[in-house]
Design a protein around this ligand. Structure first.
Ligand SMILES: Nc1ncnc2c1ncn2[C@@H]1O[C@H](COP(=O)(O)OP(=O)(O)OP(=O)(O)O)[C@@H](O)[C@H]1O
Length: 267
């Protein structure tokens, strides 16, 4: 994937965690309290120009880290969440258009719901063509396949037009060829990205840097060219464990209404 050597693309630090606790808590008045720490004493830096693969087994804290990055990067970052956050009853066009909703007036937003505006219609159509969604612009998202929905969610993030991309498993439901094409599209339109994924090979071949989480710790923070698949295997201690018995499912992560991602500095 290399267009320009990694080191020459790296710019200034965009976000630094210096021994901070990341986890979930609650808000009382203006005070945030951290009730459960997922990533204690996290130390890492994201630099401009880096393409980072974020790995770790389920529950290791990838989403927790991404949500905190998003909070710190505010409007610089396009966001593609794990569960897509699409509105099933609305058409593909409207779901992608929502990426820029905050930039439009309330009236333009409402008008566009009834009758798409010419310019966004053209822009979204172009994006749909790139994403392999051409001809589906008017179809409600609830009538799409899982992979198509995933591409709509990526389309909405691309439509935000930011320089930085944060994706929580954005290529989990597509085939390996599509995954490569989508990652290339994300790279083309963003100078910096952090992408959670489970495809270890992709992490090594497509990204500059790998962050690996295990047992609440960042155990890998290294350039991809220094790593091997065996290094990444060490992030998945359960890989050899016997499969769970039928009917025994991993607990779903269901954030309670009062639980808020938050962090606590620890100098
Ligand atoms: N809202 C919340 N409140 C409290 N704990 C939470 C909340 N969301 C997640 N957790 C816990 O934080 C830990 C890390 O979860 P997180 O979703 O960050 O993991 P993940 O690596 O993204 O997992 P997956 O690959 O399954 O998406 C888990 O133990 C989870 O149960």
């Amino acid at each position: 994937m290399e267009s320009e050597p990694y080191h020459s693309r790296i710019g200034q630090a965009l976000v630094t965690f210096a021994g901070e606790d990341l986890g979930y808590g609650s808000q009382s008045g203006r005070k945030a309290r951290l009730d459960s720490v997922v990533l204690p004493r996290l130390t890492l830096t994201l630099h401009a120009g880096e393409r980072v693969a974020l790995l770790g087994q389920s529950g290791s804290g990838k989403s927790t880290l991404l949500v905190e990055l998003r909070a710190r990067l505010a409007h610089q970052a396009a966001w593609c969440p794990q569960h897509h956050g699409l509105v099933p009853a609305l058409a593909v066009y409207h779901n992608i258009f929502m990426g820029r909703l905050p930039e439009h007036s309330m009236l333009a937003g409402l008008w566009n719901l009834v009758r798409p505006l010419a310019r966004p219609w053209r822009e979204v159509g172009e994006l749909c063509a790139l994403l392999g969604l051409e001809g589906l612009e008017r179809r409600p998202v609830g009538q799409l396949s899982g992979g198509q929905r995933q591409r709509v969610a990526i389309g909405r993030a691309l439509y935000q037009g930011r320089t930085l991309f944060l994706g929580d498993e954005p290529v989990a439901s597509v085939d390996p060829h599509q995954a490569l094409r989508l990652l290339a599209l994300i790279d083309e339109r963003h100078t910096t990205s952090v992408v959670a994924l489970h495809q270890r090979e992709l992490a090594l071949t497509h990204f500059d840097r790998v962050w690996g989480l295990r047992d609440g710790r960042l155990v890998i923070d290294a350039p991809a060219y220094e790593l091997t698949l065996a290094d990444l295997d060490s992030l998945y201690p359960d890989a050899e464990a016997p499969a769970s018995s039928p009917g025994e499912e991993a607990p779903a992560v269901m954030p309670g209404p009062e639980a808020l991602p938050c962090s606590r500095g620890r100098p």
